[in-house]
Design a protein around this ligand. Structure first.
Ligand code: LRH
Length: 514
């Protein structure tokens, strides 16, 4: 059959994009329709997301995606899929009634701001909740690592629930966008698992945890699985954007679920990956959650993926450490170019400083360069603290690489699988050649970098399968991704203590798409 055009809405913590995905002859071509910045804003005394601004950018992006499809002689958009970062939610009031007393889909008013997961309202909350539902029990029930920002802890700190009008719903961020598009209220399963409130077997909400944070079952929308159709774009909106009443398909709406679906792995053995962006999510794709006490103590989580998979992974602060450091330097008046900074970091001597990038201390924004400098311990006697941006970035990247090694080892041991022979790095961070090489050196295995837009590819791939463009499971999707991307391999340096050679500038290593 002919080519298929779909739109992928992919929201990240620092940038969002609407991509046109053209699926044709076993390949996906991704065409950026609209990219926009995203950042935290301070409102009502909290760190929030500017949902109205995001929604305006999304509308513009959909109209542009449709124009791009038409320019290519395609009949328009065949469907839309939405993903974003996990754990955050909007509260929406009931739909308004029309003159005849019928509910108007999509007209429910947002009840306050969308508070961001880096807001300090959850400080100390997980500890308090653990006195009511012990940590071991929480983990056994859900398989989710107890990170301060989990929706569960945000809800425990949520003061707005009691005042909500009857008929209000909690919608995870991508589900909120889905609601604005279609008027349908659903909770997509992969993202539901990140709440810390979904039963580990995915069967439904865990009543004990839901009750522990005072959430009425009526506040939660029914679950929907990735691949199911959420609804169609509301007629008025479809007309306004010129896209018509397009189907909206639930994808792996947790960005990491879509990214890992698009890991271009091939062959037997568990898939080992880093989804590298604001966070570095490192781990394995497994068939069932690992719910042991050891897994909990290791800080590993079991997030639900597409097609019943589970991601046994660790959240490691990733490029956030670099981007927030740059933000500090720029606020202090410096002009920083990321490519130049990484080239400088490749040129300074390594193995001087280390710190723990999994420490919750790095969750909050602000003065990141100072905080990492203070946390960095010297590995030699002559050097006391990183003293230049290049040294600090080198310290961040080396610390990340060693953390990847330790966390992947832990995940393999706990899952009872051998160490993989290859690690896939996907997402924006996969363009960081220095980090890829340091990772290959630290792990002693090949690192395969790319695709950079894995999340959008996973989003597009699932939509196109739902539309019947192909049949099959992850193997077919991954073959489609391989056919659509250029990958770059980083081999471990012969000697681990050899200085990193090659000093390729990051630009050379960009995995361009053919
Ligand atoms: C990455 C991500 C990650 C979550 C975090 C909140 O964007 O979705 O998987 O842990 O954001």
């Amino acid at each position: 059959d002919g080519p298929l055009a779909v739109a992928a809405i992919d929201l990240g913590a620092t940038s969002g994009r609407v991509m046109l995905g053209v699926v044709d002859h076993g390949r996906i071509e991704l065409v950026p329709a609209h990219r926009f910045e995203n950042h935290l804003v301070e409102r009502d005394g909290h760190l929030c997301w500017d949902l109205d601004a995001l929604w305006a950018q999304i509308r513009r992006g959909l109209a542009e995606a449709r124009d791009l499809a038409l320019v290519r002689g395609l009949p328009g958009l065949a469907s839309i899929g939405v993903d974003s970062w996990a754990v955050d939610y909007a509260l929406v009031g009931p739909d308004a009634l029309d003159a005849g007393g019928a509910a108007v889909p999509g007209s429910g008013e947002r009840q306050g701001e969308v508070i961001a997961y880096r807001d300090s309202r959850t400080d100390g909350v997980a500890g308090e909740l653990a006195r009511r539902v012990p940590r071991a029990e929480q983990f056994a029930r859900t398989g989710i690592a107890q990170q301060p920002f989990n929706t569960l802890y945000q809800l425990a700190a949520e003061h707005r629930l009691a005042a909500l009008p009857a008929g209000s719903t909690l919608l995870m961020l991508p589900d909120m966008i889905g609601y604005l598009l279609t008027g349908r209220r659903r909770t997509e399963r992969t993202n539901a698992s990140t709440t810390g409130m979904l039963a580990a077997d995915g069967s439904g909400w865990d009543p004990a945890l839901r009750e522990a944070v005072g959430v009425d079952p009526a506040l939660l929308a029914p679950l929907i699985a990735p691949g199911e159709q959420l609804g169609t774009v509301r007629p008025a909106l479809g007309a306004e954007l010129g896209i018509g009443e397009v189907p909206v398909i639930a994808v792996g709406s947790h960005d990491t679920a879509s990214a890992v679906l698009a890991v271009p792995a091939e062959g037997p053995g568990p898939v080992a990956y880093i989804s590298s962006g604001t966070w570095s999510l490192i781990g394995l794709e497994v068939e069932a959650p690992v719910l042991t006490e050891e897994a909990r103590e290791a800080g590993l989580t079991n997030e639900h993926g597409v097609d019943g998979t589970v991601r046994l992974l660790k959240n490691v602060a990733g490029m956030w450490l670099v981007s927030e450091s740059i933000r500090q330097w720029e606020e202090e008046g410096a002009q920083v170019d990321l490519a130049e900074l990484l080239a400088a970091a490749a040129a300074v001597p390594g193995d001087r400083f280390r710190f723990d990038p999994t420490a919750p201390a790095f969750l909050a924004p602000g003065t990141m360069a100072d905080r990492v400098t203070a946390a960095a311990r010297p590995l030699t006697e002559e050097h006391h603290a990183p003293s230049t941006p290049a040294e600090l970035v080198r310290c961040i990247l080396e610390s990340l690489a060693e953390t990847y090694r330790d966390e992947l080892r832990a995940a393999c041991a706990l899952a009872g699988v051998p160490q993989p022979t290859r690690l896939h790095v996907v997402g924006g961070g996969s363009r960081n050649a220095l980090l890829n090489q340091l990772t290959a050196d630290a792990l002693g295995i090949d690192v395969v970098a790319g695709p950079m837009e894995a999340t959008a590819l996973g989003n597009v791939a699932l939509q196109s399968r739902a539309l019947g463009a192909f049949t099959g499971g992850r193997a077919e999707i991954r073959a489609l991704v391989r056919a659509s991307s250029e990958l770059e391999k980083f081999r471990p340096s012969p000697r681990q203590d050899a200085p990193w050679e090659g000093a390729r500038t990051p630009g050379d290593a960009v995995a361009g798409r053919s």
